[in-house]
Design a protein around this ligand. Structure first.
Ligand SMILES: C[S@@+](CC[C@H](N)C(=O)[O-])C[C@H]1O[C@@H](n2cnc3c(N)ncnc32)[C@H](O)[C@@H]1O
Length: 260
């Protein structure tokens, strides 16, 4: 296996997940003048989609590496999410997909991001929940997925489960969540081949897998009958309450709704 370039990996991530993401975002009722920020914008499909939906608003795409963002649509900001310091009440939507679980200060970022919302504004966090490798249908899948997780040291691939409670602790209401199984295997939605291809050199260098593991993994993925669910992608969102005079909440409820 050869390493894939980051652009291909980001594009693959987008094409496998954008439909799910916009299914959530389109349900939030954003106005055409909404101000939005996408944290860890990658190759920019979410930011671009928000520009289309909010033509009279403002969309900021933040990333450490802005080389995959074209800058002609959203406003591009090269920055570390951990260092961001937007004014309170700057946004109607703060969105972060597949990035916060990798940050050491993820809990603090959630609290900080909630403070950037205007009343009625939404914070939407999407991250993977990694299912136990030992439940994989084949030993080679278990070995590869365990190795991949070890390579992500510093990331927490089960952190997303805590996000509903973090949103509640940050004072948000109307907390909801939905999930989508991430497909591994010979289907259009597979997003593992590019991830493992890109990780292959590091996995080999650290002795976490062998060339023969990678070859077997690769051949499994193209078997017509093979399909597996190594992770579930969870999207979680909540909104900043509107406060009436006397600090009474006039819309928004702490009730949590589930959508599966
Ligand atoms: C897995 S990609 C996800 C990209 C995009 N959110 C998506 O879902 O298509 C993670 C992105 O977050 C960016 N990133 C990682 N750590 C970051 C940080 N501390 N500050 C800003 N961006 C960061 C990476 O450069 C990369 O573009």
């Amino acid at each position: 296996m050869t390493a894939l370039d980051p652009a291909t990996r980001l594009t693959s991530l987008q094409s496998s997940t954008d439909r799910f993401t916009f299914g959530v975002l389109d349900g939030l009722g954003l106005s055409s003048g909404a101000h939005c920020v996408d944290l860890g914008a990658g190759a920019g499909s979410v930011a671009d989609g928000l520009v289309e939906r909010c033509p009279d608003g403002r969309v900021v795409a933040v990333d450490l590496d802005v080389s995959h963002l074209d800058g002609s649509r959203a406003q591009v900001l090269a920055a570390d999410i951990a260092d961001l310091d937007f004014a309170p009440g700057s946004f109607d939507l703060v969105h972060a997909r597949f990035v916060l679980c990798h940050l050491p200060t993820r809990d603090e970022v959630v609290a900080k991001a909630a403070g950037w919302l205007r009343p009625g504004g939404w914070l939407v966090v999407t991250d993977p929940f990694h299912l136990p490798e030992e439940t994989a249908p084949h030993p080679v899948i278990a070995r590869i997925m365990a190795a991949y997780r070890r390579l992500q040291s510093g990331s927490d691939l089960t952190w997303v489960r805590r996000v509903p409670s973090l949103l509640g602790a940050a004072g948000l209401c109307d907390i909801e969540f939905t999930a989508r199984p991430a497909c591994l295997g010979n289907r259009d939605g597979d997003r593992w081949r590019p991830l493992i291809d890109q990780a292959a050199p590091a996995l080999l260098e650290r002795g976490l897998v062998t060339e023969s593991d990678l070859a077997e993994f690769r051949s499994r993925l193209v078997e017509p009958a093979f399909v597996d669910i190594p992770q579930v992608t969870l999207a979680v969102w909540g909104r900043k309450p509107y406060i009436a005079m006397g600090a009474e909440v006039v819309t928004g409820s702490p009730v949590v709704n589930r959508k599966m």
